[in-house]
Design a protein around this ligand. Structure first.
Ligand SMILES: NC(=O)c1ccc[n+]([C@@H]2O[C@H](COP(=O)([O-])OP(=O)(O)OC[C@H]3O[C@@H](n4cnc5c(N)ncnc54)[C@H](OP(=O)(O)O)[C@@H]3O)[C@@H](O)[C@H]2O)c1
Length: 252
């Protein structure tokens, strides 16, 4: 598995922290060169790049708000100028307001739909000509259990994740004949900075912990390993799926 990934180039949105950073480090273990996208946390992005370089791969950071479609052109130009190509696109960045759905303002709706769902399609469309020319490519988006289950105050993100999963299924059918494989990776609660945004976080975490058959909260590496598998030829027969890694939480 390791050798077939060596020298590939991956663009990971939101790779400065949390799950995106863990995916970057895991793919670097397979010899993948990494374009680290981030929004504002330059220090964290720099630290991730340093960790990647220490693993012996090429890495560089690219600031861009992926919710701003006008920023995608410069992002892709930067990646191509630095790495010369793109083999893997991972849309991991996400934002959203934590409120009940019936109290969402339309700008909350737009924010999560733009950064999470619309950006996934727009970034995939930008990656398409590069991957089409090579007759191969991997596109993966991060989703979460809120796409299918009610999670209090999580509707804005959950609904946008449902859109992501549906988009991935359509793209998968359209792009697989061109050699481009599209999938999603979904998780339960994963211990990252994002959790601090949840209202009543401590009670929520305790409840999730009690309900999770595996008896712990997820770690970024739990999802990163699944993403790495879906990037590798070992998973070549998995197309247009959402692969869930949640310690069994969604079964309860
Ligand atoms: N944490 C969970 O419980 C959980 C569970 C299942 C799935 N997920 C999914 O996994 C993904 C990562 O979650 P996480 O918990 O690791 O998040 P996180 O710790 O909050 O990190 C978010 C990352 O996204 C970047 N980002 C945010 N908005 C952006 C934008 N508009 N443009 C570019 N980059 C942006 C941030 O950059 P800066 O550092 O510059 O702010 C940061 O690198 C998300 O798609 C999330 O929905 C999370």
């Amino acid at each position: 598995m390791t050798n077939s990934m060596k020298g590939k180039v991956a663009l990971i949105t939101g790779a400065s922290r949390g799950i995106g950073r863990a995916i970057a480090l895991r793919l670097a273990d397979d010899g993948v060169n990494i374009a680290v996208n981030y929004l504002q946390n330059e220090e964290s992005a720099k630290k991730t790049v340093e960790e990647l370089l220490a693993k012996g791969v090429k890495a560089a950071m690219f600031q861009a708000n992926v919710g701003d479609l006008d920023a995608h052109k410069a992002l892709f130009e930067g990646v191509l100028k630095t790495f010369g190509t793109l083999d893997i696109l991972i849309h991991n960045a996400a934002l959203g307001a934590f409120k009940p759905v019936h109290r969402l303002k339309m700008n909350h709706w737009d924010l999560s739909m733009n950064i999470n769902a619309k950006a996934f399609l727009a970034l995939s469309q930008k990656a398409l000509p590069i991957m089409e020319a090579k007759k191969e490519g991997i596109i993966i988006a991060l989703s979460s259990l809120g796409a299918h289950h009610f999670i209090p105050n999580y509707g804005a993100i959950g609904i946008s994740k449902a859109a992501i999963e549906a988009t991935a299924r359509y793209l998968a059918v359209e792009l697989m004949p061109k050699g481009i494989r599209v999938n999603c990776v979904s998780g339960g609660l994963v211990d990252t900075d994002a959790l601090k945004m949840f209202p009543f976080f401590d009670e929520f975490k305790k409840e999730v912990l009690q309900r999770t058959p595996a008896g712990r909260i997820g770690k970024p590496e739990d999802l990163a390993r699944v993403v790495a598998f879906l990037c590798s030829p070992e998973s070549s027969w998995i197309v247009g799926q959402t692969v869930t890694a949640d310690g069994g939480l969604s079964l309860i």
